[in-house]
Each structure stands twice: as structure tokens, then as C-alpha cells.
Write a protein that binds this ligand. Structure first.
Ligand code: APR
Length: 171
């Protein structure tokens, strides 16, 4: 079963096979982690994204990493938080599931996830972290790929939300 790690870092610096981008449905870049990934990858990333025809919330599409240390970028579109009664949780679960399915298809050994939807899209961090950890643990129990999942927090509060869940007693 693959390992799960937690780091506080800039995801664009990590040397993993694939990093996940918390994009918007246009896939044409934005702020937050999306902006950081496009800045670090260079203009060829946007050129490839233009060919993808956008991405539905919950779906995941793959591009090369270009100037990033990561070989691939998996672009996924998280839900915008609207209070929790508009199916946000299911869309967030789909982001993790479909990103992990792309890992299996790519035979990628290591992947890094940002905290999808918990920035501009306003999803409460604790609730989002629970979804993220549940979906990754569920996947790793059933699939040999990836071998290594890194959750990347960009601030201490997000780091703490994931740490509390990952260190909670199993069961
Ligand atoms: N590395 C890792 N995590 C980062 C980085 C980075 N370089 N920059 C930001 N983050 C973190 C944020 O602090 C937050 O915890 O990524 C998490 C997700 O925040 P956003 O990037 O705002 O993404 P999201 O909430 O999913 O909103 C997506 O924002 O940037 C636009 O185009 C994007 O419209 C889309 C929306």
C-alpha cells in the first residue's frame, strides 16, 4: 500500500511524477496554486491547456509539466463552496478519485495534491481535508499506484488540519 506524506511547501518545487493543479473550468490559468503552477511551468503549459477544451468540476485532465520538476500536471476543478448543500462534497471526492485514476493510467509512482477548493473556492479546510484523506486512503487500499502521495499545505492552518487527520488513530 502506498505511503501518504504531508509537507508545508510550494507544490511547484516538489520533485514528484505529477502535481495536481486546483484549476478552474477554463483551464486557462488563474491565481493561487493555478497561477503558481503556470508561472513555474512556463508558457507552453498554457499552450497545451488551450487544446484541452476546458474541464468540468470534478474531472481531471493531464498535461506535461514543462519547466516544473514534475513530469505531469493533473488539472482538476474543485467545487465552489456554497454552504455544503449543493453537492460540493461529491464534486470534491471526484477531484481526488479522478486525479488518482489518472495516476494509475500514467503509472505514476508519486503525486502531490494541494488543498483543492480551500482557497479562492472557500471550501472549509477541515471538511475538505477529511474528504482528501478519506479518498486517498480508500484508493491506496485498492490500487498499487501511486506508491507515494504527498499532501502539500501552503500555510500552517492547512498543515494542521491534515496533520490532525493523518495522525488520528486508525479505525
Ligand atoms: N503550492 C501549494 N499550495 C498552494 C500554492 C502553492 N504554490 N499556492 C496556493 N496554494 C494553496 C492555497 O493556499 C490553498 O490552500 O492551494 C490551496 C487551494 O487554493 P486556490 O489556489 O485558491 O484554489 P481553489 O480554492 O481550488 O480555487 C480555484 O482559484 O486560482 C484560481 O484558477 C483557479 O479559479 C480557480 C480557483
Amino acid at each position: 500500500m502506498g505511503s501518504i506524506e504531508l509537507v508545508q511547501a510550494d507544490i511547484t518545487t516538489l520533485t514528484v511524477d505529477a502535481i495536481v493543479n486546483a484549476a478552474n473550468s477554463s483551464l486557462l490559468g488563474g491565481g493561487g496554486v493555478d497561477g503558481a503552477i503556470h508561472r513555474a511551468a512556463g508558457p507552453d503549459l498554457l499552450k497545451e491547456c488551450r487544446l484541452l477544451g476546458g474541464c468540468e468540476p470534478g474531472e481531471a485532465k493531464v498535461t506535461a509539466g514543462y519547466r516544473l520538476p514534475a513530469r505531469w500536471v493533473i488539472h482538476t476543478v474543485g467545487p465552489v463552496w456554497r454552504g455544503g448543500r449543493s453537492g460540493e462534497e461529491e464534486v470534491l471526492r471526484d477531484c481526488y478519485r479522478h486525479s488518482l485514476e489518472q495516476m494509475v493510467r500514467l503509472r505514476a509512482a508519486s503525486v502531490a495534491f494541494p488543498s483543492i477548493s480551500t482557497g479562492l473556492y472557500g471550501y472549509p479546510v477541515e471538511r475538505a481535508a477529511r474528504v482528501a484523506v478519506q479518498e486517498v486512503q480508500r484508493h491506496l487500499a485498492e490500487s498499487p499506484w501511486p506508491e507515494r502521495v504527498v499532501f502539500v499545505a501552503f500555510d500552517p492552518a492547512t498543515y494542521e488540519a491534515y496533520r490532525a487527520l493523518l495522525e488520528a488513530p486508525a479505525g
